[in-house]
Write a protein that binds this ligand. Structure first.
Ligand code: CA
Length: 251
């Protein structure tokens, strides 16, 4: 414990992150609980590996697990092993002893995400818990370029406010291009990306999807450039040449 007074809960804490602390040292457990609560987190504490294992069988047990290794009942390694064996995905921060490098390695190999060596500064504990929670948060699902936005969660494409209808494969091709803006991608890369199950699709089919997409996104301020003999590159369109002399370079 570094004894610093907890900072007032910041905006980041508004959703009250739920942390499960598994620590059999009652004094340390109590201190951790107070520090994390002071940072606006919702904290549960259990003192044995078996209790933790039982709790973690519930999907909503916690968003982040802070786990001591030396525990009564089953140890921290076994808690992680069982958690991952059940398909549990929540991030795990191990608390390890200073000189136990092999413990850290073993913990990480069993599926822990990070570790802190005792004794640690509480500010570092808080920062690492937040980093783990962020890493685990759903990725921003909206891709955008020019006037085009692709909302992967809602499976909706728009140009400005207007919804654009895309077939499943047109969507997949456009999504791949948007993930590789301003980079040249080959037709084969596109096929591999949209057909991970090994369905077969010809290079010509890719050309067909691309030409349909060009029509559908014609007014989005972006263009799919053909890189001859190789593939394509999605980029912002050159400024429209319709405005008086602004588009006429003096060269
Ligand atoms: Ca312990």
């Amino acid at each position: 414990m570094d004894g610093a007074p907890p900072a007032p809960p910041s905006k980041e804490d508004e959703d009250s992150m739920h942390v499960l602390v598994v620590e059999d040292d009652a004094v340390l457990a109590d201190g951790l609980s107070r520090v994390l609560s002071g940072h606006g987190m919702r904290v549960d504490v259990v003192g044995s590996g078996s209790q933790a294992d039982l709790l973690l069988q519930r999907a909503d047990a916690a968003e982040v697990l802070v786990l001591d290794i030396g525990l009564p009942g089953i140890d921290g390694f076994e808690v992680v092993r069982r958690l991952r064996a059940r398909g549990g995905l929540l991030p795990v921060l191990l608390l390890t002893a200073r000189d136990a490098i092999e413990d850290r390695v073993r913990g990480l190999e069993l599926g822990a995400d990070d570790y802190l060596v005792k004794p640690f500064a509480t500010a570092e504990l808080v920062a690492r818990i937040r980093a783990l929670a962020r890493r685990n948060a759903p990725k921003a699902a909206v891709l955008a370029l020019g006037q085009l936005t692709l909302d992967s969660a809602a499976k909706r494409a728009r140009i400005g406010e207007r919804v654009v209808e895309l077939s499943v494969r047109e969507w997949a091709v456009l999504e791949y291009l948007l993930q590789h803006v301003a980079r040249v991608v080959s037709k084969q890369q596109i096929i591999d990306a949209i057909l991970p199950w090994g369905d077969d699709l010809t290079l010509n089919a890719v050309e067909v999807y691309i030409s349909r997409l060009r029509l559908k996104i014609a007014d989005a301020g972006i263009s799919i450039r053909t890189i001859r003999g190789f593939g394509y590159m999605l980029e912002l369109a050159a400024p429209a040449a319709t405005t008086t002399d602004a588009a006429a370079p003096h060269a």
